[in-house]
Design a protein around this ligand. Structure first.
Ligand code: ST9
Ligand code: FAD
Length: 621
């Protein structure tokens, strides 16, 4: 028995019943990945995740890697290495990886469904194992030289990192000071100190390739201020032969510290020093100065990863809480409370515990659908790309959904893990005997890295809504409206009428929040005589909009799922399936009834936003 409790039935429900992935599996670019194969893959990954991958989750937290400043090493615990090896040896990491680097084409939806299982079981395994995917990115953006590097990385299972953050450049990546100096042989020497770099040191692979943002020096037209002046460099831990990948001398890049953290302790978070005593040699990716745009290809994938990790953790947190609640006997049924001799019952009998459990279940299922719906939009992008086309609508819709997956997914997951999942255990939840305290510690990082929640909210409003002139948002609104107008009632025969009305009202409320913010954007334009301080009113509401939109999308997907479940319930079903579909309907109803009405209050708050918070003197805080 390991800590990890997966929910493969719900993953399959999403892929095949809600999102109709059988329409694309076995066809087009996924000819070799039919439904049967995809299901078999999921079954096997599920088995691996719940056994070997999850086995070291707890021990690696209790005995995390120790940094040796003399040798600049931080070896990983043996138990963790076994989990990592089991994943790499299974070769499932190749599913969804580009064929050019030895992967097997598969739709992103299948990849993210698989990823949920790995990330729920042992998230650091996924992170250390991401070298081949980095290889794909380098291949995709690279010159012939870089393509060789990308292939070798995937072939030899080299580790890889994304290197942006510096002590004075966190959210503000453009403040980075790390420099890149051109060399006569066409290579570059990198100088500077980066911090908080995940997987920058370990002993799982012979080589680590760092993808580093640095500012080129002395190159006409490049290296200016901000993010646009940053270029992306491939910097290896060891020199290597470009043809064979054979390792040479140690390069001048060293890990100079490994952080002591609240959670996710087995994932090494490193300070990385370039060019101290010896040059840190690197190559410019693709020989073009387009660093931030290139790095955002990695960031987009990593933001999806973080949202999926968070939701996977809430899912196993909920299922652990559910198991505990079914066996913990405490107190009498509320209706017999007056009778001191009444039989004691399991805590699942108590209304407040049921509230907590249903709340977790509804959010988990809604957010799993959010992740896999987003992945299904990525399927569209990938299928068009395989035909040499660009599905711009799908690209923009995916862009819109990513901050919701990352920002909303991580905040709701972390909060509910603490307030409802751990709480269900009572005092036992606080003990290291159960996985909840580790889940809470490990999941907190999800609201922080890959752009904090504040950054996700700003990305959503300024870049994904305003800059896109509301087109992707309009597309999403239209889909939800279409569901409200037609589909649902036909399928469920009006059984979800009240919940659909709640969704319609919530959609209206969230639209009103967006409209209030858009008005503030317009009235902040100084050229049109506006007051720039109105931008503050937007900044005071970006997280609100992020959460409100997340609630509406999750409710919509839950109600669509409930429609499907109600149809299934009209047929002859085995007992377990009957219960599963009844649970789907219950989740949707609960979410609509307890979450959506709160958006009316959020609307009032957004519409009434003033500048009081901004005008308050710092000394009065
Ligand atoms: C980190 C890692 O935290 C944590 C875990 C690591 C685990 C690693 C293992 C797993 C990874 C797997 C990877 C697989 C690899 C490969 C996959 C691919 C096959 N979308 O608004 P502007 C761009 S790492 C796209 O002016 P500012 C765009 O080019 C640290 N692009 O920004 C734009 O130009 P334009 C994470 C975007 O004011 C340009 O940036 N750190 C987006 O200069 C400038 O845009 C962070 O995430 C976007 N959403 O800078 C930093 N946004 O406009 C958070 C911008 O012309 N801070 N671009 O198109 C931010 O995101 C800031 O908003 C900022 C602001 C830095 C972008
Ligand atoms: P700051 O940017 O200083 O933010 C502090 C607070 O201010 C936050 O609440 C933030 O939301 C808020 N804030 C900041 N700016 C704004 C703004 N403009 N508007 C509103 N609010 C704002 N980085 C890498 O490059 N590679 C990695 O592999 C990597 N892995 C990491 C692993 C861990 C365990 C950790 C802790 C960090 C990692 N990071 C990595 C760095 C991570 O991405 C940053 O910590 C994150 O982007 C936030 O930057 P910061 O910590 O400097 O916080």
């Amino acid at each position: 028995m390991t800590h990890y409790k997966s929910n493969l039935r719900d993953i399959k429900f999403n892929l095949f019943e809600l999102l109709g992935r059988s329409e694309i599996l076995g066809h087009g670019p996924y000819e070799d990945m039919d439904v049967e194969t995809a299901e078999a893959v999921l079954d096997e990954v599920d088995h691996l995740a719940t056994t070997k991958l999850a086995e070291s989750f707890e021990s690696a937290d209790r005995q995390p890697p120790v940094f040796d400043p003399e040798s600049h090493t931080a070896p990983l615990p043996e138990a963790f290495k076994k989990s990592y090896d089991a994943w790499m040896e299974s070769e499932f990491y190749q599913i969804g990886l580009a064929a050019e680097v030895g992967g097997q084409p598969a739709p992103p939806s299948l990849r993210w469904a698989m990823n949920e299982l790995v990330l729920g079981a042992n998230p650091a395994v996924y992170m250390y194992a991401s070298g081949p995917k980095f290889g794909e990115m380098i291949f995709r953006n690279g010159t012939e030289r870089d393509q060789k590097i990308g292939r070798i990385m995937a072939d030899k299972l080299w580790g890889a990192t994304m290197v942006l953050t510096e002590p004075d450049a966190g959210s503000d990546v453009g403040a980075g000071r790390t420099r890149a100096l051109p060399q006569p042989d066409g290579s570059w020497h990198i100088e500077g100190v980066k911090r908080f770099i995940t997987s920058a040191e370990h002993d799982l692979s012979d080589q680590i390739i760092h993808l580093v943002l640095a500012r080129p020096v002395g190159v006409e037209g490049f290296g200016g201020p901000g993010t646009k002046g940053l270029s992306l460099f491939i910097v290896p831990k060891y020199d290597f032969d470009l043809e064979t990948g054979d390792l040479g001398e140690r390069n001048g890049v060293n890990v100079t510290n490994v952080e002591h953290k609240m959670g996710l302790k087995v994932s090494n978070t490193c300070e990385l020093t370039f060019g101290d005593g010896k040059p840190a040699k690197g190559w410019l990716l693709g020989e073009v100065h387009n660093g931030i745009a290139q790095m955002f290809q990695v960031i987009e994938d990593a933001r999806m990863m973080v949202g999926t990790k968070a939701i996977a953790t809430l899912s196993t947190g909920y299922l652990n809480a559910l198991d505990y609640a079914k066996s913990r006997i405490q107190g009498a049924d509320l209706t017999k409370n007056y009778d001191k001799t009444a039989p004691r019952v399991t805590i699942t009998h108590h209304p407040d515990v049921r509230r907590a459990l249903l709340t977790q279940k509804a959010y988990v299922e809604g957010m799993r659908s959010l992740v896999l719906y987003t992945a299904s939009i990525q399927d569209k992008v990938a299928i068009a790309a395989a035909k040499g086309e660009k599905d711009d609508d799908a690209i923009k819709l995916n862009d819109l959904l990513l901050p919701i997956v990352k920002g909303y997914g991580s905040e709701k997951s972390w909060t509910l893990l603490g307030t409802e999942a751990l709480q269900t255990f009572g005092g036992s939840g606080f003990l290291a005997d159960y996985p909840l305290e580790q889940y809470v510690r490990d999941a907190k990082i999800d609201t922080l890295y890959e752009g904090t929640t504040a950054i996700q909210g700003q990305d959503l409003f300024f870049r994904k809504i305003i800059r896109n002139q509301g087109k992707a948002l309009g597309q999403l609104q239209a889909e939800i409206q279409q569901f409200l107008d037609t589909e649902g009632d036909q399928n469920s025969g009006g059984q979800l009428k009240d919940e659909r009305e709640l969704l319609a009202k919530a959609l209206e409320d969230v639209e009103a929040i967006g409209t209030a913010m858009a008005m503030n954007a317009m009235s902040s334009d100084v050229r049109a005589g506006g007051d720039p301080r109105n931008l503050y009113k937007i900044g005071l509401n970006t997280t609100r909009l992020l959460f409100g939109l997340g609630d509406v999308v999750c409710a919509w997907l839950l109600l669509r799922s409930a429609d499907i479940a109600l149809q299934a319930l009209g047929t002859d079903l085995p007992e377990s399936e009957q219960r599963f579909y009844e649970g789907k309907v219950a989740s949707a109803r609960w979410f609509a009834r307890i979450v959506l009405p709160k958006l009316a209050a959020e609307r009032v708050i957004a519409e009434g936003t003033d500048l009081a918070a901004m005008e308050l003197d710092e000394a009065s805080f």
